[in-house]
Design a binder for this molecule. Sequence first.
Ligand code: AMP
Ligand code: MG
Length: 300
Amino acid sequence: MKLDRTVIDELVVHSGEHAALNGRSTVATTVDWLGTAGKKPKEVAEEDLRAFVDELTSSQELLWARGTYALLVVLQAMDAAGKDGTIKHVMSGVNPQGCQVVAFRQPSAEELGHDFLWRCSKLLPERGRIGIFNRSYYEDVLVVRVHPELLASGDASSGKRPLEHVWSHRFEDINAFEHHLHRSGTRIVKIFLHVSKDEQKKRFLQRLDDPKKLWKFSVADLAERRHWDEYQAAYEEALSATSTSWAPWYVVPADHKYVLRALVGGIMVDAIDRMQLRPPKADPDESQARSRARTELLAE
Ligand code: AMP
Ligand code: MG
């Protein structure tokens, strides 16, 4: 089961294209991939997600068996857009030995003592594995851009160049870093969960009203919400500057969780599919040894 090419093409930010977030829906794609007759869109999306999860399970095995590529999935979004739930649902069938999820929070003093890519590069997936970054080095051109005071302590050289250069230099460095990873066998897929301000409000209120969800809410999240427009602008610039042929961004409508989860599953299946992996062939030189092994086992 694969996500239709036209859907993927609609979600991707093509290299050199302006991401234009206002023109991209937070609700649905214009291509109607959920319109199976007689079924509710939610049912169709959930069925699709199950099929994508099955597909991911077997393609991850192939990824491991071949050991030639790694898949890195970078997830970025505003708070409550659905990153954690997506990871839980999309990765539900994948062998835990074949994947790793890393969440990046405020950097530690040690991390701030290094360049901004350092802490992430230590945690990249090895060939054969899927790595998911729940937030990433992109925070360093997003939250740090909205709050440049975070930069002063973290980047010793920042004071010696105008602030606007810091961001364009970081975009260049990110593109070069990702190109290097691509050339070394890491396939990179970057996903922005595009949620509306109204939907975030709804989800924050649900968290506040439900004792079981309350732990997910932090007062700091509301403070960040006040900077909504600055974040959208920072995202828009970052996505436009760093969507490349080797590491494209996908903007996934996130107001309906069933839509976003199925789409993320479909994007990941597509990414592995494009590696065109075939199961490794058995070594012909060992065919005699294998037949002796079979004979020996049968003779036990
Ligand atoms: P959460 O994902 O809800 O656990 O929140 C993690 C928090 O860490 C978010 O508010 C991020 O913006 C923040 N964060 C992640 N990376 C950085 C960074 N490089 N600099 C500053 N804050 C960061
Ligand atoms: Mg949070």
